[in-house]
Design a protein. Structure first.
Length: 73
């Protein structure tokens, strides 16, 4: 299950693990970058990853690609 929430400056996508084995993952997208975060209960804080839209697009393309090295145009 996932949710999508639009704000004026950003969009938040939250995906919930249906087996309840993993914490929710939030993807926060704005015009400049993308933040992926997941709450870490042991540290009582979010683990954050910030990447460019190009990097995110590479990840999405990789999900549909066979093994190899690629250069996206």
């Amino acid at each position: 299950m996932f949710t999508v929430e639009h704000d004026t400056d950003f969009t938040i996508v939250i995906t919930l693990d249906q087996t309840a084995s993993f914490a929710d993952v939030e993807v926060i997208l704005d015009a400049d970058d993308i933040v992926i975060r997941q709450f870490n209960e042991d540290m009582d804080a979010y683990d954050l990853i910030t990447l460019s839209h190009q990097q995110f697009n590479d990840i999405m393309s990789a999900m549909q690609s066979p093994e190899g090295a690629y250069y996206a145009k």
